[in-house]
Design a protein around this ligand. Sequence first.
Ligand code: ADP
Ligand code: MG
Length: 704
Amino acid sequence: MSDYMNVTEIFGCDVFNDSVMEERLPKKVYKELKKTIEEGKELSPEVADVVAHEMKEWAIEKGATHYSHWFQPLTGVTAEKHDAFITAPKENGKVLMSFSGKELVKGESDASSFPSGGLRATFEARGYTAWDCTSPAFVRHDAAGGTLCIPTAFCSYTGEALDQKTPLLRSMEAINVQALRLIRLFGNKTSKKVTPSVGAEQEYFLVDKEKWLQRKDLTYTGRTLFGAMPPKGQEMDDHYLGTIRQRISAYMKEVNEECWKLGVTAKTQHNEVAPAQHELAPIYAPANIAADHNQIMMRILKKVASRHGMRCLLHEKPFAGVNGSGKHNNWSLTTDDGINLLEPGKTPHENIQFLLVLTCILKAVDTHADLLRESAADVGNDHRLGGNEAPPAVISVFLGEQLGDVMDQLISTGTATHSKKGTILETGVKTLPDFMKDATDRNRTSPFAFTGNKFEFRMVGSRDSISECNVVLNTIAAEAFKEACDRLEAADDFDMAVHDLIKEYAIDHQRIVFNGNGYAPEWAEEAERRGLPNLPSMVDAIPALTTPKAVKLFETFHVFTETELQSRAEIQYEIYAKAINIEAKTMIDIATKQIIPAVIKYTTVLAESINAVKAAGPIDVSVQMELLEKCSELLKKTSSAMNELAKAVAEIPQVPEGRERAVYCKDTVTKIMEELRKPVDELEMLVDKEMWPMPSYGDLIFEV
Ligand code: ADP
Ligand code: MG
């Protein structure tokens, strides 16, 4: 790779994007395809054949030998099945490279290895992938060569969604219909489509690969299961936005380049709060494309890391006591002609459409706070949410000073008459321009914050798909818009009706607004007084998926059927129990084979040296004795916690039902895991570093 990089030249060079299609497809075919992409018109088999042929020719020029239907099953990662373009050899022994419209549009995949939560009876193991032509195909290059990746949705034989994308596309249709209704009421006759725009900021850690290999907990589970805090933690905050070190800089350069080639608009990169932690954000895109791009980005982050002798950790909490990683999901609603429905303008109090949209969203979030919380539920995120770094597990909305004030006016007098203005920020340096401060400062502690012209949902875990939270955001907003439109369309006096509605929503749902410090312990109490749900763990959050309220919501907008929701809940329980099972077994393995032997070795050496010193004369060995006693005591605690954990783990498969098993893992197994960790972390502080069997937190975090 050369040092010089022309971004405009490489950007999207491996993507079958609009300009490639326009250039390569016959005019008529291009127009037909655009109608499908933009208006959802059905694609004819003839058009599909032509598109497939051109796509294949283009992909082969880019070095592709295979194609793959690329999809996002409910395991959290992407999946694909590769097929070569070649057809059976002809009589002359030569092969043809072919790819038909049928192969482009529909794939069949043995779905039995993907979770279905009981949706698929075992005799029906087939799953189907269907082309999502609104997200462009791309050629990916890796050790396997070039592969044409076709973004697809993944469904069962009977049409139930088995993936993240299908409900996301359904929810985008729902919000489109209802948001159009709403803007029509305000006289907009020109916009044809409303799309949720999403920008996901991705956090991750980088560690040295050699050290990573010596940590079985990291390699098996993605996080450290043991580990004492280094004397220097993140309290110095000198890492944040620090000069990005050379090794990391070289890595980021390559990540950017790979992202750009695949049309992913990697834009902002910086160091995060924790040492070795970094962030990468793209420019926002339509929700389904943003979700695909986030998956591509995560894969690139991992792939490039191994090329640089590092490992990229996407786990939400790789190190206890050190900031975890999340994904900020920035969300707004944009029309095809560029209007952002969440843009308040300079005088929000006069912007009635904005106030309606805003109060509808408050209502939606208040009504379905449990679902929004559930959308960020993930095994790893349990260690993060509610910690002193991530938003608490209670959902609330931050509006900031300006909008908060407008809300207060609405609630107290029924009308808002003025908007607070931003003030001039004087830099005090003549050569620097003074600039207008935002009317509102940032609040980093809120899980759902209004940030100027978008909402930022900050609960999502760093490994998780962003699809789930956007499915929820789109659908709950669609419901609130629908209920508002039903009333406003039937009103005699629109102005009066909309005024009343905004006031009503503001009053009824003011409890969800919280502009204070979400990390403060008082907030948990205050939230409880307000009746806001507090769902600290994934297992507590899962039932939100199948409440009558959720079923009604998702069925009304054809996003999920009740059966699909039940299967998703089932899968979540399964994922939780499996993850805890693996973590517990890994702990036992490490304790048995590495830690206990190391401590035995150390105590033996200690004992021998005590004897040797004693033999040399009447010397005080009380320090050595104390250390020996302490280590032996902790060793005993370790051993007994480990035995207990082994017993508890053996019980897991005996618990018959999915939810029960997950509850057992959370209430019993994870508690004993903590019991085992404690003495081991204490031992790490006592045992000779040379004898400790794995790299420490300090080695991992400060020496990348
Ligand atoms: P912040 O500094 O507040 O986190 P940035 O400007 O860095 O905000 O943007 C963060 C993410 O939000 C980026 O991915 C950006 O593209 C995205 N974003 C910006 N505007 C919007 C919008 N109107 N809708 C959705 N996402 C947006
Ligand atoms: Mg952010």
